[in-house]
Ligand binder design. Structure first.
Ligand code: DC
Length: 230
């Protein structure tokens, strides 16, 4: 049987969203990037001048904020459209001030509980590629296939730098590298659902791989599972 729920975890810029989207398209599955939910909460908090350090206020916001992830509504290179309380926040959630605060916001227990609840609901019908930090460990521990994508922090900083330049945004490699290290530290050491390799996951190091090569590796894992007797 072809795996129906596929969990992809890994650190920032390890290739999760690129590979996840291509894989989902190839299989005709839904692609769901769970990071956008934490980003949407962070962006709306900043916009409403709720300090990201205020756990209580940010948690209250997460409990009431209506986040929707839809197929692209505008052809501007986006993978999907993210709506927060009716506002298109697809590009705002990629801003540097969101990058700088999202890891803190995602450490909050109440925020995570709410996001995980919504993510499980989306995954309930199967045929999904779900991408994040805790998908194989917490959100979908029984996923049919679990992949952990990794790459060196230097390579990941270069990727983020090139992405920003491609969008015409100013990008300083050293600054991005420092921020990437800070985010890795928070994501991997937080008390609740820290980033780690899920039990039963296959680790794919993408440092030296092209996008096509990484996709081929993951596709071959899908095929391998398909051929296994149930
Ligand atoms: O994948 P990303 O860079 O868009 O994720 C943004 C942040 O959200 C990341 O620093 C950690 C958090 N996150 C999380 O804690 N759990 C997830 N499943 C996805 C993202």
């Amino acid at each position: 049987m072809r795996p129906s729920t596929i969990a992809i975890d890994g650190p920032a810029a390890s290739g999760k969203s690129t590979i996840g989207e291509l894989l989902a398209r190839r299989l005709g599955y839904l692609y769901f990037d769970t990071g956008v939910m934490y980003r949407a909460v962070t962006w709306v908090a900043l916009k409403r001048e709720i300090p990201p350090e205020n756990e209580e206020a940010v948690t209250a916001l997460a409990a009431t904020l209506h986040i929707d992830v839809l197929p692209p509504t505008v052809e501007d290179g986006r993978q999907y459209t993210v709506m927060a309380d009716g506002e298109d926040v697809t590009w705002s959630i990629r801003r540097p001030d969101v990058d700088a605060n999202v890891s803190l916001v995602s450490t909050y227990r109440g925020v995570r509980t709410e996001m995980v609840r919504q993510q499980r609901r989306v995954a309930a019908n199967g045929r999904i590629v779900m991408v994040g930090r805790d998908i194989g460990t917490v959100v979908l521990p029984d996923a049919d296939l679990k992949v952990y994508l990794d790459a060196t922090v230097e390579e990941r900083a270069w990727r983020r730098c090139r992405e920003m330049q491609a969008r015409g945004e100013p990008a300083d490699y050293e600054e991005i590298l420092a921020m990437m290290r800070r985010r890795d530290e928070i994501d991997s050491h937080r008390a609740i659902s820290p980033l780690r390799v899920p039990e039963g996951a296959v680790v794919v190091d993408t440092t030296e791989l092209t996008i096509e090569e990484a996709l081929d590796r993951v596709l071959s894992l899908v095929e391998e599972r398909e051929c296994r007797p149930a």
